[in-house]
Design a protein around this ligand. Structure first.
Ligand code: ITT
Length: 197
């Protein structure tokens, strides 16, 4: 079995890149697609798993390196689980995450359902150049909160996990890192690949 000594973290999202880097063993060299001048693929899947596999396959093919990619997003129950796989595109559409968070809060309010349940979902896919791949999903349940905190990235300031009184935007980096959807997906993946470490 070929041990893993380097891995391409197939994402252009800096927040994700840092979290995934910090979850992987220290001794593994982490490479970014930015260093290799590789652009993002078109995400034309209809599920997190499809988009996660599209990214892992694309970056692996372009680099010929073992690749780990993530597709993730925020599902808000009273909005029919939107924005979901369109989470990044909603921010593009509204001119950034602050405006996208305002838009989500407005839609939740307008739904009139008084249901603020939401979850963050992450699907991590590890793809080897020989075609082997493994995907794992992590989910964390919580509620939509008013915008609070400046830590983290993306939708962190409006998500408060169940059992906590801080949003991800208020939590310190390490606390969020060790409990979020990406961590939960990573733990499942790690149990399947730790012999390669
Ligand atoms: P890559 O495709 O290059 O990985 P992306 O940002 O486009 O980058 P996605 O398509 O998976 O990634 O979109 C996920 C969206 O959900 C994106 O807008 C993130 O900022 C947001 N998101 C995912 N995980 C998050 C987290 O832990 N905290 C806050 N927002 C998160």
């Amino acid at each position: 079995m070929k041990k893993i000594n380097q891995i391409l973290i197939g994402t252009h999202n800096k927040g994700k890149f840092k979290e995934i880097s910090d979850l992987l063993p220290k001794k593994i060299k982490k490479i970014s697609p930015v260093e290799l001048n590789i652009e993002s693929p078109i995400e034309n899947g209809s599920t997190f798993i499809e988009n996660s596999q599209i990214k892992a396959h694309f970056f692996c093919k372009k680099s010929n390196l073992l690749t780990l990619s993530d597709d993730s997003g925020l599902e808000v129950e009273c909005l029919n689980n939107e924005p979901g796989i369109y989470s990044s595109r909603l921010a593009d559409q509204y001119g950034g995450f602050y405006n996208a968070m305002i838009e989500i809060l407005k839609r939740v309010e307008e739904s009139g359902k008084k249901n603020t349940k939401a979850k963050f979902v992450s699907v991590l896919t590890i793809q080897w150049p020989d075609g082997k791949k493994i995907s794992e999903t992590g989910e964390i349940i919580g509620n939509i909160s008013k915008i609070r905190g400046n830590n983290g990235f993306g939708y962190d300031p409006i998500f408060m996990p169940i059992g906590f009184s801080q949003t991800f935007g208020e939590m310190n980096y390490k606390k969020k890192l060790m409990m979020d959807h990406r961590f939960l997906a990573y733990k499942k993946l790690e149990s399947k690949i730790k012999d390669y470490f």
